[in-house]
Design a binder for this molecule. Structure first.
Ligand code: ADP
Ligand code: MG
Length: 386
């Protein structure tokens, strides 16, 4: 949707002009899946599709919100920031609540209109985008002394404590701190990060959206978090202390297997520890320009998420299998929480059209729904829309 149209809608809705526009990109995770909440290393990058926030301040204490995606408008006040069950407004209202809880109180209300190209519930993190974006917008407009790292921490607090999803810091961090053409190697436990040029030469990063209707993701996500907590407690008690599962290494896996005495918990831990190692290997391969190895690591990550962590499902398995069979594809894996959502693939630029055609045809034949495939740029994180 063109900017000018949205500004007209804003004026019609609120009887006021837009003062400023901000935007936040989506993200993918290259590798390091389901280990952010286990203190592991993850390797996300922003992708060039955006949620935008059109903003103006009010003279009263009312909060007027509207999402063009949800086609829903909501009015609240600064004194009424309670959570509402199953409502999208929990994201922006939760952000206001968290800001106030941390001493950043708004003196006046505001109007906000959201539009988004980021599909919701597809694993590209529309949730962290809208949270980072709301906090960034408010800190800019109310002159709060909040840097981008703090933006991500406040967004994370909101998603965990207010919205109720026990997630790690990865999504909020990359969307707040992402840099053009760079991937971010992020230690979620210490919240330390470095940037690495994401240079694929003749190859391109493709996002493949399964369009699987969403089911069970949140409950299964929380179930995996719990399984990892149980495993960590057992290993700490019977083997050696660590602050999180990613502090254990692959050469300890046999010992850990005997302690856990549970095939299910063992497979969960095997995924976590091996995935953390794959992140280091991926970084080394990327720095060396060894793209064949990069692709292989993507595949290995997917197989571990499928067989050991059990978070893939038919849609993600089919789309990545089809991708791997195509000419010029170095590797493919699911990205995000799983159970549907999106996968990524690295494909030679000369084979992209053929790749898209074959994967789309094969996918709809097997699963009776269409998938979307698009090429991605890596832009800067949250900021003002110029
Ligand atoms: P993901 O982060 O993978 O896209 P989530 O379930 O974590 O999926 O977040 C999706 C939810 O975030 C939506 O159901 C909605 O409540 C909220 N949300 C995200 N973007 C928007 C938007 N542009 N407008 C309204 N709500 C949004
Ligand atoms: Mg999310």
């Amino acid at each position: 949707m063109e900017n000018v149209d949205v500004k007209d809608v804003f004026k019609q809705l609120y009887g006021a002009d837009v003062k400023s526009v901000y935007k936040a990109p989506a993200r993918i995770n290259l590798i390091g899946e389901h280990i952010d909440y286990n203190g592991g290393l993850v390797f996300p990058a922003t992708i060039g599709i955006y949620t935008k926030c059109y903003f103006s301040k009010r003279n009263d204490n009312e909060i007027h919100l509207c999402s063009l995606n949800k086609k829903k408008a909501v009015t609240r006040t600064l004194d009424d920031l309670e959570k509402k069950e199953n409502s999208w407004e929990n994201y922006p209202i939760g952000a206001v609540y968290t800001l106030a809880r941390n001493g950043f109180k708004l003196d006046k209300g505001f109007n906000m209109l959201f539009t988004s190209e980021i599909p919701m519930g597809s694993g590209l993190s529309s949730s962290a985008a809208i949270l980072d974006l709301t906090i960034y917008t408010l800190k800019s407009e109310y002159n709060f002394d909040i840097d981008n790292k703090l933006v991500s921490l406040l967004a994370w607090e909101t998603e965990n404590k207010y919205c109720g999803l026990s997630c790690g810091i990865m999504d909020q961090a990359i969307i707040a701190l992402g840099k053009e053409n760079q991937a971010m190697l992020l230690d979620c436990y210490k919240y330390k990060y470095d940037y690495y040029p994401f240079n694929l030469g003749d190859y391109r990063l493709l996002v493949m959206k399964t369009n699987k209707p969403r089911s069970l993701t949140d409950s299964k996500y929380n179930e995996r978090v719990k399984e990892c907590d149980i495993a960590l407690d057992l290993i700490k008690e019977k083997y050696r202390h660590a602050n999180n599962l990613c502090e254990y290494k692959m050469d300890e896996i046999d010992k850990i297997k005997s302690i856990l005495n549970s095939d299910l918990l063992y497979r969960r831990v095997l995924h976590v520890i091996s995935e953390n190692q794959r992140v280091y290997d991926f970084k080394d391969a990327l720095l060396k320009g060894d793209l064949v190895r990069v692709g292989k690591l993507l595949n290995e990550s997917h197989f571990s998420l499928k067989d050991n962590y059990e978070v893939t499902g038919a849609h993600l398995d089919t789309i990545t299998e089809l991708a791997r069979k195509q000419k010029g594809c170095l590797g493919a894996r699911m990205t995000g929480a799983g159970f549907g959502g999106c996968a990524i693939a690295i494909v030679n630029k000369d084979n992209i059209e053929e790749f898209k055609k074959n994967v789309k045809e094969g996918y709809s034949k097997i699963l009776k729904i269409e998938c979307d495939i698009f090429e991605c740029e890596i832009p800067n994180g949250v900021g003002k829309d110029e």
